[in-house]
Ligand binder design. Structure first.
Ligand code: GLC
Length: 630
């Protein structure tokens, strides 16, 4: 009999030295390392053959997630379809949206009333009762795979719920479990931490520690008081959390979203954000994934300023996350809508386009969280926009307090002392659909939908994975009912986490409705994106300038074609000088022959240049921006 190839052994051998080196550097604990390695083999052996086959296919095509063919959507299981079985039944709608990457918001067991939208996990291996069972989840993953859909799930690794078994045993006084968190007898050390650690939720959950009167100790809680930070300096925590991560992978989850990953290592005298040990931990998780489940991807949730984000990709030789959120571009897009000034967005894109092509971003307009206005304030200051008043302007604009603003939404964590606040609302409400609908303003509605489509066109013009927030494809507006729910009332993020409005879906094929316009416009763009190779990561992406700061000009040069995107972020009609010959991808009209392109307010053009001009970007053209490899 031919000996079976030891795939695990081969992969393990490839990473063993580095893995051991990093583990020992952090923990210096041979016993725990041995235990980890032994368990990895067991977890690999338990992995289903179908998933091992998927691993092999993806290993053979490591670029599988980097083309222009992936389209993501994120959704709450309960809000979309009641439970996991409901999602399985509605996969036809997901497919109709063109989606082949589905991010299901946290669904593991989480105590009602103290759940932080599912981000306070009480059991990493049990699904919330009302959403179904682990078996339902596994079945859904199988079904998704059968239909070519990859599934993404959160792995909330920074903390557990105070209801998690470890937390309960810690609370009951078991030292072994207290050591898995940060417990302190007195205020002395917490007080030192408070001197250097900023607050995540300054108004809804001030401070980074919670006093537990029944235990007589303080526990570290960077987020809500019921979310206890895990202590990754303890190797037991790392090992056990690795097993939990691999549990998800073995259910068939394709993309593991590492929630709040910059926070996972704490050190006195620091901000406890993005510390070098965080990168060691993520690198170890990446190697472990490559050994046990190489078809699975790590998606880092790094909501930080740009210089802090890119390091989470690691290096080309020693990669960490496969993908990261393009959070700064997202926030900068909304800043651009409010200011009608594309300069910062152009600068931000130049920075993104200069990164190595291996770096894959998730591009999005809205997600389940607030918008934190993490902008490049040094640059804005050079242009006369100071941080505090500018944030206030943005919040005034998007809450609809300014006269020329069509937006509706609410502040989040509004701090009256620092006057700092973030913002919540759906894409459609921010674009003006809610206001125009309320006022019966037909012209306003037309404009709002045009802005909504243009912003999606901008996102879809970027490489990486575009992710639609469920409901945005049908222009779903803010949901104010969270205010009636005592458990949600203080967290305005629920304004954009409303129940999916299936009645809007009915309008998709009703002529003249907002849903018809929006849904089909997005589908058209998504299909074009899929068809054109220059939307992939290997195309050269560049920004251009034509002296008008209301208009953003982008260019993507692939092997076979050059695409141009012209986006009018201003509320005025624009005449853009344009001499390059090409074709408007949407209308099929010729562009360039009369030396200009006309754009209505918030309109855009996606064009393909005539083949003889492709790649000739050094020629005299209106594009004078830097050309970079994305
Ligand atoms: C992430 C989530 C957010 C949650 C936090 C704490 O930032 O996106 O919704 O509140 O982590 O888990």
């Amino acid at each position: 009999m031919k000996a079976e190839k030891d795939i695990f052994g081969e992969r393990f051998a490839r990473h063993y030295d580095e893995l051991k080196w990093l583990y020992m550097e952090l923990y210096n604990d041979e016993t725990r390392f041995g235990e980890l390695c032994g368990n990895l083999r067991g977890i690999f052996d338990a992995r289903k053959e179908s998933l091992k086959a998927l691993d092999a296919r993806r290993e053979a095509d490591p670029e599988w997630f980097r083309g222009s063919g992936l389209l993501g959507m994120m959704m709450y299981v309960g809000q979309f379809a009641g439970n996991l079985k409901g999602v399985a039944e509605h996969l036809d709608y997901v497919k109709a949206c063109g989606v082949n990457y589905l991010h299901l918001m946290p669904l593991m067991e989480s105590p009602a009333g103290k759940s932080d939208g599912g981000y306070a996990v009480a059991d990493f291996r049990k699904v919330q009762k009302e959403l179904g069972t682990v078996e339902d989840l596994e079945e859904l993953a199988d079904r998704c795979h059968g239909q070519g859909i990859s599934l993404c799930l959160d792995f909330v690794m920074n903390h557990t719920s105070e209801d998690h078994e470890w937390a309960r045993r810690a609370r009951a006084g078991e030292k072994e479990y207290q050591d898995r968190y940060f417990f302190y007898d007195s205020w002395e050390i917490p007080m030192q931490f408070e001197k250097t650690v900023p607050q995540v939720f300054p108004t809804t959950a001030p401070g980074n520690f919670t006093w537990l009167p029944d235990v007589g100790k303080h526990v570290m809680t960077s987020f809500y008081p019921y979310q206890w930070d895990l202590n990754y300096a303890n190797p037991v925590v790392f090992n056990e959390m690795v097993y939990n991560y691999l549990f998800l992978a073995n259910l068939g989850i394709d993309v593991i979203r590492l929630d709040a990953v910059p926070y996972i290592w704490k050190e006195l005298g620091t901000t406890c954000r993005n510390l070098p040990q965080v990168h060691t931990l993520v690198r170890m998780m990446r190697m472990i994934g490559e050994v046990v489940c190489p078809g699975t991807l790590l998606l880092g949730e790094v909501v930080m300023e740009p210089v802090k984000v890119a390091p989470y990709f690691g290096t080309v030789e020693k990669p960490e996350c496969h993908m990261l959120y393009n959070v700064t571009t997202m926030a900068t897009v909304w800043h651009t809508v409010a200011t009608q000034d594309v300069r910062l967005l152009r600068k931000q894109l130049d920075a993104v386009y200069s990164l190595p092509q291996e770096y894959t971003f998730l591009n999005y307009l809205r997600c389940h969280d607030d918008i934190g206005w993490g902008l490049d304030y040094d640059t804005l200051a050079e242009w006369g926009m100071q941080q505090v008043p500018h944030k206030q302007f943005l919040n005034d604009f998007f809450t609809g307090r300014l006269e020329d603003s069509p937006s509706r939404g609410e502040l989040y964590n509004n701090d009256p002392i620092t006057r700092d606040a973030r913002f919540c609302g759906t894409t459609a409400s921010m674009c003006g659909v809610e206001k125009a609908g309320f006022c019966g303003d037909e012209h306003g509605m037309e404009r709002a939908v045009r802005l909504d489509v243009m912003l999606h066109a901008f996102i879809l013009f970027q490489a990486g994975i575009p992710v639609i927030y469920s409901g945005d494809e049908v222009g779903q507006v803010n949901d104010y009912t969270y205010k009636d729910d005592p458990e949600k009332r203080l967290d305005s993020r629920y304004i954009h986490r409303g129940a999916f409005q299936w009645n809007l879906v009915k309008n998709i094929d009703r002529s003249g409705t907002v849903q018809e316009t929006l849904f089909h416009a997005l589908r058209r763009l998504e299909t074009l994106r899929e068809e054109h190779e220059a939307f992939g990561v290997h195309a050269k992406a560049a920004t251009g300038e034509n002296g008008d700061d209301g208009v953003l000009i982008l260019r993507r040069t692939g092997e076979k074609e050059t695409l141009v995107g012209i986006f009018n972020f201003s509320r005025e009609r624009k005449e853009i000088p344009w001499t390059e010959n090409g074709t408007d991808l949407l209308s099929g009209d010729h562009i360039g022959s009369d030396g200009k392109v006309w754009l209505r307010p918030y309109d855009f053009v996606w064009g393909i240049l005539d083949p003889d001009r492709s790649g000739a970007e050094e020629e005299a053209s209106v594009l004078s921006g830097k050309s970079k490899t994305e």
